[in-house]
Design a protein around this ligand. Structure first.
Ligand SMILES: NC(=O)c1ccc[n+]([C@@H]2O[C@H](COP(=O)([O-])OP(=O)(O)OC[C@H]3O[C@@H](n4cnc5c(N)ncnc54)[C@H](OP(=O)(O)O)[C@@H]3O)[C@@H](O)[C@H]2O)c1
Length: 324
């Protein structure tokens, strides 16, 4: 099968399309024929060698991509919910070989039937970013109807799902984005949008229940400002797990009596099912910014590396995108 392989860490040019053996599923895994793969920042972070702690879990050569939509071709003996022929979306095992390939394997519990209203290309843009948003605002933030949430990076992949999930839960949503994306974030359902380049959010907000840091900012001083806008008992959640909290942030959290949490996405089948329902009910939209053929994977990475893509980037692997 064809796969985008990384034999050495480096720039986009280190990715090569190679012919490798098709993987075989373990008893609790599914083998998926990949029709399309989402492209996420973690892909180029790993391609570049990541940080020391993540690198220790990586093995070269490897196939990138942890966002798949396709068709199950084989299910391991212990798999009950999925079967060959099912049209699925989900997350291959991280950080093992991923979805920039004609076939991938992953724990069956990390896949679910894809939203019926999306084609494979659209569906491939959903799992990783959506699961990260879900983990952040619900598993860690415990967001409740009527609560006020501030979403930083609201126009991004994770942030745009977070805005829509929070609205569907009945929360009051304040998004942060740059000026060009203010209207986009409002269209997603945000009640207010702050242009982070011209407005200081900490001067205009207070008594927030949950702050979700889904921007690429890796700065504990900025996090302390976010903690300051929370109400007592509130929660600050960052999805930037590679950038730990420092003492200043921990002290600020303690003084304000708020919870602080780092949220690594949890690839749970139940959540993928709920997300598919929201999408099929028209409550959550998926904006695809650009679809690249596999041969142009380097361009897809260059686009993602700008940190300013509105909507999702997708690699089309099967070439034909079929609606269910
Ligand atoms: N924990 C996990 O499992 C997990 C999973 C996925 C992603 N992540 C992390 O989540 C973050 C967002 O990822 P993503 O896939 O949503 O990325 P993305 O699609 O590239 O979106 C990034 C967003 O951040 C905004 N932004 C860029 N520079 C900014 C700055 N200096 N200050 C404030 N906002 C800025 C951009 O908004 P404008 O264009 O409007 O400026 C953009 O919409 C990344 O840090 C990523 O590493 C974590």
């Amino acid at each position: 099968m064809k796969a985008v392989r990384v034999n050495e860490y480096g720039g986009p040019e280190v990715m090569k399309i190679e012919d490798i053996a098709q993987p075989a599923p373990a008893s609790d895994e599914v083998l998926v024929e990949v029709y399309a793969s989402g492209v996420n920042p973690v892909d180029w972070v790993i391609r570049s060698g990541a940080n020391e702690s993540l690198r220790s879990f990586l093995t070269l050569p490897m196939t990138l991509g942890w966002d798949a939509a396709g068709v199950v071709v084989e299910a391991g003996s212990e798999v009950t919910y999925l079967k060959p022929g099912d049209q699925v979306y989900g997350v291959p095992n991280f950080p093992g070989d991923g979805s920039y390939a004609e076939y991938c394997v992953g724990k069956a519990t990390q896949f679910a039937i894809k939203p019926r209203s999306l084609d494979f290309t659209q569906a491939a843009g959903v799992p990783l970013a959506a699961l990260t948003a879900w983990t952040g605002i619900f598993a860690h933030g415990d967001l409740q109807p009527g609560q006020r949430i501030l979403i930083q990076g609201a126009s991004g992949g994770v942030g745009s799902f977070a805005v829509q999930f929070a609205k569907s839960k009945g929360a009051y949503v304040i998004g942060m984005a740059s000026a060009d994306n203010v209207n986009y974030v409002k269209q997603l359902g945000a009640d207010e949008v702050i242009d982070y380049k011209t407005q200081q959010f900490e001067s205009v907000l207070r008594d927030i229940d949950v702050v979700l840091e889904a921007s690429p900012t890796r700065n504990n001083r900025e996090r302390v400002k976010a903690v300051a806008v929370l109400k007592e008992g509130g929660t600050f959640v960052s999805v930037n797990t590679d950038f730990p909290f420092n003492d200043e942030l921990m002290e600020a959290g303690k003084a304000k009596k708020v919870k602080v949490a780092l949220a690594a996405n949890q690839p749970q089948q139940e959540w993928l099912k709920e997300i598919a329902e929201l999408i099929d009910a028209g409550k959550v939209q998926v904006l695809i910014n650009k679809v690249f053929p596999l041969e142009q994977v380097a361009d897809a990475h260059r686009a993602s590396e700008t940190w300013h893509v509105k909507g999702r980037l997708v690699l089309n692997i099967k070439k034909i995108s079929i609606t269910a």
